[in-house]
Design a binder for this molecule. Sequence first.
Ligand code: SF4
Length: 359
Amino acid sequence: MNFSDHLLSWYDGNGRKLPWRTTRDPYLIWVSEIILQQTRMEQGLVYFNRFTEAFPDVYALAKASEHQVLRVWQGFGYYSRARHLHRAARQIVEEHGGVFPETSREWIRLKGVGPYAAAAIASIAFDEAVPAIDGNVYRILARLYAIEQHMDTSAGKKLFYDLAMCLLPACRAGDFNQAMMDFGSLVCKPVRPDCPNCIFQVQCKAFRQSAVGQYPLRRRKKPARVRQFNYFCFYTDDLQDGVSFFIQQRKGNDIWKNLYEFPLLETKHNTPVEKIAAHPWWQALFKDDVVPLLEHDGITVRHQLTHQRICARFFRIRLYDALKEKLMQQYLYVNRETFDSLPKSRLIEGFLKTWLSMA
Ligand code: SF4
């Protein structure tokens, strides 16, 4: 039996039963591929169900506002994926009359669809014979053939692509791609692969050389960017209206675009509070006003993203009426219920929950 037949027969008996695997609906397959990138299956499944329940087809997604889409996505992270899905849905409806592309070349032209997702969708939904290469595929092939080429170089990428293309069966390309994903997640795992029970044990070069842990080879990763965020949680707490906050919508081409957050000052280092009070941003807001900023040193929360590490300090500052009027000119003033209904990052949501549970 050749490699692909062997793998497909393993997949037929051991592949995971997932909702998007019982359909050829390109919409559901597309949404699943975008959600599952760099995401644990259990978490992806929750958001897949939630997303497709809120937006059951491409028309429903295209018709929704970005606000609604981000709200459904809230807590999942990777917000640009949600925005891209939304924009691509509008592209499909407005420019293609709601008809999905059929080839990976066309899929890749849609917002947020990379080479892996394009190949996966086209092969699963439309039987295109194209390999979908992700970390699982690099790992399995690198170990099976003890490949000495770094996987994250152009020469390495080409070598792995050509090899995967050779192994791809003439039919069932979609199943082959999904089988590679499952085999990489369930058997040939990054850590502690199940070599003793592996169907490829005999031909696996890395296993025969007792060198499984060495593959795949990759160049050294760039260290994550560390950022220092100082959030100022200006609030009022009226007996009648309860707690209300000053917030802003995040703009610019950065993380958490269009999500809501507290007024933010980003600094290079962990800045002492005296220096914050002297900072031009603070001065432009308050000049000589007396603001009880320095009562405490803020609550620090660390938040890890794929390529960035956020060190966030939250200063809770209760405002008196004169300052309230002033801030209203620059920020949105919302009550707790409204803030709850707005899309925000997991960092802000988590902090808010902790804070309000302490109150
Ligand atoms: S023998 Fe081990 S390393 Fe080789 S393919 Fe199987 S699980 Fe992966």
